[in-house]
Write a protein that binds this ligand. Structure first.
Ligand code: DGL
Length: 253
């Protein structure tokens, strides 16, 4: 048993969609959620710059004695997870677009993968698509503005809908059966995405997989806690203020 906290990290509030799934299966833990609000968004910034932000966040979480870290950000995972695992001894769990389950469920139709520009460009996703040998069946599209909308807690506005429709204009939506959300901010737009696809789409994200993996690792290493659930929110290393705490709790609850 280990009652130290679990660190969960994202560029902003998107990682809360992952934390929510984690809490469902690991309710007896203390969590430290680190949103890098000073530097969000990550997905449109140069990789070397973002690596510095990630390093700072991880160092902060380690200084809080976390027993494991979940990088609840596809962008950060794709550019830094291997280096971080080499560098630190505690378990580090990343997230990547759930391409494999989407392929298994596509029913002869195409799969659309939405992510940030960096995640789409990076080797990690490109290699995954290559490994599964599915270049012919998938399309990749970046949706950077959704991160900005999400940070403003704007999920269902007509501007959001218009942005999604504009980005998808050149695709024939009838060709797709499955949509992979490869950015942890994107599940917050599920309703609007379903509207745009007239409900004719299966939406898949990797958060449940991450939660299950974290639980397995903690179980195997005998690191599960028996705490009363507690979440402490930090914005770029500073305790989040009341407004942010309310905002974050709205997503978690
Ligand atoms: N939530 C993040 C992801 O999963 C990053 C979004 C951003 O900061 O651009 O990719």
């Amino acid at each position: 048993m280990d009652n130290n906290p679990i660190g969960v990290f994202d560029s902003g509030l998107g990682g809360l969609t992952v934390l929510k799934k984690i809490i469902e299966i690991l309710p007896n833990e203390k969590y430290i959620y680190y949103a890098d609000t000073d530097n969000v968004p990550y997905g449109t910034k140069p990789k070397e710059e973002v690596k510095i932000y990630i390093e700072k966040a991880i160092k902060f979480l380690i200084s809080k004695n976390v027993k494991a870290i979940v990088i609840a950000c596809n962008t950060a995972t794709s550019i830094a997870v291997n280096d971080l695992r080499d560098k630190y001894d505690i378990p580090i769990i990343g997230i990547e677009p759930a391409v494999k389950p989407a392929i298994e469920k596509r029913n002869g139709k195409r799969v659309l993968i939405m992510a940030t520009p960096t995640t789409i460009r990076e080797e990690k996703l490109q290699n995954l698509v290559k490994k599964l040998n599915v270049f012919e069946e998938v399309d990749l599209i970046d949706m950077p503005k959704l991160v900005e909308f999400a940070e403003r807690m704007e999920f269902n506005s007509s501007e959001v809908k218009k942005y999604i429709e504009d980005r998808l204009k050149k695709y024939n939506l009838n060709n797709y059966s499955t949509l992979v959300l490869g950015c942890t901010h994107f599940p917050l737009f599920k309703e609007t995405l379903l509207q745009v696809f007239s409900n004719e789409i299966l939406i898949i994200d990797g958060s449940q997989g991450v939660a299950n993996r974290l639980k397995d690792i903690l179980e195997n290493k005998n690191l599960l806690g028996n705490n009363k659930l507690q979440i402490n929110y930090y914005n770029s290393g500073k305790i989040a203020n009341k407004l942010y705490i309310e905002k974050y709790n709205r997503i978690i609850n």
